[in-house]
Design a protein around this ligand. Sequence first.
Ligand code: CA
Ligand code: CA
Length: 449
Amino acid sequence: MRLYRFVWITLFLSGLALSACAPAAATPSAPANTAAPQSQPTATDAALAPSVTAADPALPTATAAKPLAPDQDPYPTSAAPTLQPTLPAATVSELPDASLFVWAPFSSGLTRPTDLADVGGGRLLVLEQPGLVRVVENGTLLPQPFLDIRDRVGSGGNEQGLLGIALHPRYAENGQFFLNYTNLNGDTTVSRFSASGGSADPGSEQILLTVNQPYANHNGGSLAFGPDGYLYIGMGDGGSAGDPQNYGQDMGALLGKLLRIHVDAGDPYAIPADNPYADGSGGRAEIWASGLRNPWRFSFDRATGDLYIGDVGQNAWEEIDFQAAGTPGGVNFGWRYREAANPYSDGQPPAGLALTDPVAQYPHSEGCSVTGGFVYRGAALPELNGVYLYGDYCNGRVWGLLRLADGSWQNRTMFETGAFLSSFGQDASGELYALDQRAGALLVLRRAE
Ligand SMILES: [Ca+2]
Ligand SMILES: [Ca+2]
């Protein structure tokens, strides 16, 4: 089992064609928070060869229509960002005793689950990496998929496939949801789909954005609507290792960025007026933040609107980045000048270039690939109110991170789940789930008996 885990991790990091290399019936690790700590993987993606799935290493270009004039009328939401965010009164003042809680089995039978969304009525949509959207109803996996787009999803590489979902803020009225997947060419695709009557028609797809991916790995994959009503898209640096084309710092590239678009205006979208390069001068208009290596998972605190990004590191450090709600775009999170808060490339940043270090980091003695999570805002576990939970894909460890009233951070290991943590999920009431990619299972965070 330990050897198998090592092989799996090596494959994950290498972005190889997993389906050709790994046995389909490998035994998953048991999802329980009492699992013993795993041996620390030593594999890194430093020796990656470029993928054969991408033929064109040229500067990626979006194939979306030319962005329209900056939109002055952002989609209104009831949760407008606060310019001077304050912590909700219910936020706890310290990290709680982890033994109060347990990651309990919730559902199983899934194939490489990658993301989750709550559509109400006890139904969770769960993405399967090969291209199915499944329905888990009150913990039971339904046989009929919600959507099947396996015909257009390329999932040969371990970081490729159907990767992210975001429901439109008015999903209950318009049935719109958004998916992020790598297509049959390995290129990032962000599309709008429409649901009705408990399922979605593959023919309803409207492609918003396609970004050329020069290598099979580092595709990002997350989607989330911010408190401003705009859709944020996490883009990795394109792949290989060490960001050989320096996309993270190239404002002419969409790779290595967090993008921000307005999906309710324009054709197929509009650029928010306060994007840092909204007029197209100095950088691509879709860019919100830069200097990211592989922001596999990011989320917004549903109470404050604060942004948390889990940015996967190279050989040594994993990091959590933070942007307070209401602060301007244009933050540069440092890659490849820095790996987390540590120097990476031999080049020095130019004078005057401000880089923003993470609020938490951990070395590869404690994991190997960070999976960003969520700030807990549910009702069942008030001791966790305001705690950001995040994990490591390779060893299943889960940390708690808490922003204290004075702006400092408390960070501590809380759980050893033993899961291959591909993602965390949040339901409509704010309760949290963990997705075990290898076991095909969902775990739910509950109070220990
Ligand atoms: Ca890539
Ligand atoms: Ca960074």
